[in-house]
Design a protein around this ligand. Sequence first.
Ligand SMILES: [Zn+2]
Ligand SMILES: [Zn+2]
Length: 266
Amino acid sequence: MEIIVLGCGTSQGVPLVAHDNPGWDRGEPRNWRTRSSIHVVIEGHHVQVDTGPEFRMQCLSNDIREVDTVILTHGHADHILGMDDLRQFCHARGGAAIPVYSTEEGLGRIRTIFPYAIGKTKVDGYVNLDLRDMPEALELPGGGIVRSTLLPHGVDVLGLVFEEPSTGSRFAYYTDCKRVPPAARELARGVDVAILDGLRPEWHPTHMTVDEACEAAEAIGAGVTYLTHMTYQVDYATYTRKLERSHPRVRLAHDGLRIRLDRRAT
Ligand SMILES: [Zn+2]
Ligand SMILES: [Zn+2]
C-alpha cells in the first residue's frame, strides 16, 4: 500500500491570506499546506480521498495518473470543491462514471454543487460521477478493503481504515473529528500508520487539538501517527521538536509525504 498526503492544511489552507501568520516560518516548505486530502494505492487500485480546492494542483505536483474510486469523507467546502477536476480521470475511462462513496450528507452536497455530473451513462470530456452510499466494508477491485466508521465533527465524517491482504498492512485516516469514539478506536487499533486531525494548540468545537490528537494516537496504538488538517499555528520545525520529546511515535504530515507499507516484503 502507498499513501500520498496531497494536502494536510486546515479549511483555509496555510498560510492564511491577508494575515501575518505569527510564529509560522515561510522558509520551511513543509509549512505550506494545501487543503487536506490523500491518495491511496491499495492492491494496485487508486483511491482518492476528498477532492479539495487545490485537487488539480495536488495531482500535478504529486504526478497522480489514475483515480479508480473516490471517497468523500464529508461535504465541507475544503473537501469537495475540486471534484470537477476528476474529469481527466473520467476521460481516461472512456467517459464512464467514477464511483464516489460518501455519507448521506456528503452525497447531498455533491448533488447540490455538481448536479450536471450525475446520472449520465457515458459522457466524454466532462466529469461523470456514480454516487454510492459508503458501506461499513468496501471491497475494492484487487481485493483491498476499506472499512468505515462515523466521526463527530458537527456533521458525520467518514473515518476510514484501509486493509491490504497481500501485505497485511493496515492504515487509518481520521480527518475532521472532534474526537475518536470507542468504535473508531477499536476499528483502527494497532494499525501500522494512522493520520489524525490535529488542528492547532487551542480548543476547537469540531476538531481535535494537537494534545487531543496525541491522546487519541496513544489509544489507537499505531506504529506511527501523523497529524493533518493543521493551521499555521502548528509550525513544522517547532512541533516536530516538541513531539520528538513528548510523543516520539507522533509526527506532522506535510504536503507530498509518501508512506509505503510493504510489511511482508521488508
Ligand atoms: Zn476540513
Ligand atoms: Zn470539515
